[in-house]
Design a protein around this ligand. Structure first.
Ligand SMILES: [Zn+2]
Length: 233
């Protein structure tokens, strides 16, 4: 049981690569910090990796959330000074950010054009997978791909905004309502003038950072169950 309430720096600054913090709890090779830029696994986005520097350099293998704490799993038991410096593996994180924004663009198009909802998505550093609750046809894919590339080209701003739970519109909730965090203020990822979704992940600042998108694979897993894979340039 972890009792730390970690300040999650990545929620407001997804471009923060290094930070200083204090170790608040230690359990062998796992530590909680008072604040962190490390993203813990969740919402289809994998955990960050990187380094924590104290008396020596510890490798951060995995990061997860436990209640309000963000727990960092290290390659060795932590025995160092409690003032630390954290450095995230930026190449890995930035790849996750690009694919996370790509998933939102796709999900926005699928919702607007077909009323389709996404039942699951998984982000990787070199691709993303989406499960779609709609009878999407293979013939529809080129049009969807074209729309997504138009949004990338239009260079829309991706903003983080906060809304009261009571102000949320139903189209801003693409996950099951009961999966939303039990808080009054909900974080929204808003792709200006295009898509707005409740979300806890890290995203790029402008859609042009995705460069270009391709639907690389289509799987028919049932009438209302199609799976697609995305690749970015
Ligand atoms: Zn998301």
């Amino acid at each position: 049981m972890w009792i730390t309430k970690t300040d999650k720096l990545y929620l407001d600054d997804s471009y923060l690569k290094e930070f200083e913090a204090n170790v608040t709890e230690i359990n062998n090779n796992e530590i909680a910090l008072d604040s962190t830029a490390f993203y813990p696994e969740g919402g289809g986005q994998p955990s960050d990796q990187g380094e924590i520097i104290s008396d020596r350099i510890y490798k951060v293998i995995k990061v997860y959330k436990d209640s309000d704490a963000v727990v960092h799993v290290l390659d060795n038991n932590f025995e160092g000074d409690k003032k630390i410096k954290g450095i995230i593996d930026w190449n890995l994180r930035y790849a996750h950010m690009r694919y996370h924004t790509a998933v939102h663009i796709m999900s926005g198009i699928l919702f607007k054009e077909y009323g389709a909802r996404i039942t699951g998505s998984q982000i990787y550093s070199d691709k993303a997978r989406m499960d779609i609750n709609y009878d999407l046809k293979k013939e529809d894919l080129p049009t969807i791909e074209e729309m997504a590339n138009k949004i990338i080209k239009d260079d829309l701003e991706v903003k983080i905004i906060y809304l009261k739970r009571s102000e949320l519109r139903s189209d801003q909730v693409r996950v099951r309502e009961d999966l939303l965090p039990d808080v009054d203020i909900i974080r929204i990822i808003d792709i200006s003038g295009f898509d707005s979704q409740a979300d806890g992940g890290t995203h790029v600042k402008k859609t042009s950072e995705l460069k270009g998108i391709k639907i690389s694979k289509y799987e028919n897993k049932g009438k209302m169950n199609k799976r697609i894979y995305l690749n970015l340039l």
